[in-house]
Design a protein around this ligand. Structure first.
Ligand code: UDX
Length: 439
């Protein structure tokens, strides 16, 4: 990248989205100041310590800090005065009843109006409900009417566990703005002329992100619905998904049946989109169905165990996995955590194990006991439930598991275990949509 294209960028929010953007923009050669209220986190980041599990993040952070292109600050006064472009990367929590809470986002706009004296462009990078960028624009004008700023909606599409890779090599760049030059300048920050770029109005950029997440969520709920039918008729969902996925109009990804989707994005964004549709008088039936099916999948394991074991009360259940997907440490809206809660509610004793969970995390339901590994978790268990498909769990010695268990039931909530190996260990295998639930 040429010297002239290096920009001075302020980032508000050193969470997942803010941090990944900060390190990747610094790697490209931009000067990045990142602002977060959390003084402990800022101190750790300035010393090169990352709290989240994400490949390449510590290395890129170290590179940015060493080059003097990346610094973290606890105040907007410190972080924003030099910035020509400010990216807002704070989260927008959604309450299913009330809808999205834009308090943090609007407070970030306030910080830009007050402290980013040189800023020409305000970028909304985190996922926001459609219409938010216009509200941000209005809020900026209300606070600082004398100075114009161009608002650009520039959604990210990072997946946890590969966020740095997704940021460095995106499948597409989406930029929406009333000011097309500002949109082009933001797209140009990444210096990726070969990546397809969609330039649009603000609302379309926001909707592109929301609709993408909603589609992925609906695709997972669709395959889970089909999995239920597979169980009823004795078909195998993995074979069905393989056959379906070979049609490029369908595609093979996001067709893995199981206990459903979780995490900080898909469930929340789906709810936000439903709330947005309803606020405009539209009932988005495919989206509400996707949410309902996902909730049903979360209940499936406890219902199945109650049926097979007679009742949950007093039974010890080993739970393999707590995070929402492998290779992360994220427990937010995790199906595994929801399953643990339902089992406890039903009177079971839950002994869980997860390579990324060490105890004390507030998301873990009260009463869940933690074990060091799967074999200790299985000791005395009537059933083992696999809820997160960590490699460590797929590679278990099931004869050893069988020796440790008191019962014989193995519920594979992610369809990643080999039923033949489980049965060879004299255990009873139940998957999701593998034609085993009805049997
Ligand atoms: C998601 C989107 O993929 C990403 O583009 C967006 O920017 C943020 O939200 P992430 O939250 O990291 O990313 O999770 P993802 O890998 O998409 O998985 C979401 C959930 O769906 C997980 O709980 C996963 O276990 C589940 N899932 C995924 C399935 O149950 N079946 C599948 O086939 C795929």
């Amino acid at each position: 990248m040429t010297e002239s294209r290096k920009q001075k960028i302020g980032i508000i929010g050193a969470g997942y989205v803010g941090l990944v953007n900060a390190v990747c923009l610094a790697e490209i050669g931009h000067r990045v100041w990142c602002f977060d209220y959390d003084a402990g986190k800022v101190e750790r980041l300035n010393s090169g310590v990352v709290d989240i599990l994400e490949p390449d993040l510590p290395e890129l952070l170290a590179g940015g800090l060493d080059a003097g292109r990346l610094t973290f600050h606890t105040t907007a006064e410190e972080a924003l005065p030099e910035a020509e472009i400010v990216m807002i990367c704070v989260d927008t929590p959604t309450d299913p009843q009330i809808g999205p809470d834009l308090t943090r986002l609007m407070s970030a706009v306030g910080s830009v109006a007050e402290h980013a004296e040189r800023a020409e462009i305000l970028v909304l990078r985190s996922t926001v409900p459609p219409g938010t960028s216009i509200l941000a624009e209005e809020e900026f004008s209300r606070l600082n009417g004398s100075r114009g700023i161009s608002v650009v909606s520039h959604p990210e599409f990072f997946q946890e566990g590969r966020a740095v890779e997704d940021c460095r090599r995106p499948l597409r760049i989406v930029v929406g703005s009333r000011d097309k030059d500002a949109a082009a300048r933001v797209a140009g920050l990444w210096n990726m002329p070969d990546v397809p770029t969609v330039v649009s109005d603000l609302e379309s950029a926001e909707m592109t992100k929301q609709a993408s997440n909603a589609f992925l969520a609906a695709k997972i709920s669709f395959i889970n619905d089909i999995a239920r039918i597979c169980d009823a008729v004795g078909a195998d969902i993995d074979t069905v998904a393989e056959g379906m996925g070979l049609d490029p109009r369908i595609g093979s990804r996001y067709l893995k049946a199981g206990v459903g989707f979780g995490g900080s994005c898909l469930p929340k964004d789906l709810r936000a989109l439903v709330a947005s549709a309803r606020s405009h008088g539209w009932e988005p039936r495919t989206l509400t169905a996707a949410i309902e099916v996902n909730e049903t999948q979360r209940r499936l394991v406890s219902e199945l165990l109650a049926e097979r074991l007679g009742s949950l009360s007093g039974k010890t259940i080993a739970l393999l996995g707590l995070v929402f997907k492998p290779d992360t440490s994220d427990l937010r809206d995790s199906p595994a955590v929801a399953i643990a809660g339902l089992l406890i509610e039903g009177g079971a004793t839950v002994v869980a194990t997860d390579p990324a969970v060490h105890g004390g995390e507030p998301e873990i339901p009260v009463g869940v006991r933690l074990a060091d590994d799967a074999y200790s978790a299985a000791a005395g268990a009537m059933a083992v439930v696999l809820a997160t498909e960590w490699d460590a769990f797929t590679a278990l010695d099931w004869s050893r598991m069988a020796d440790a268990m008191e019962g014989t039931l193995v519920v594979d909530g992610r369809n990643t275990l080999d039923p033949v190996i489980i049965r060879d260990a004299d255990l009873d295998y139940v998957g999701i949509g593998r034609g085993t639930v009805a049997g």
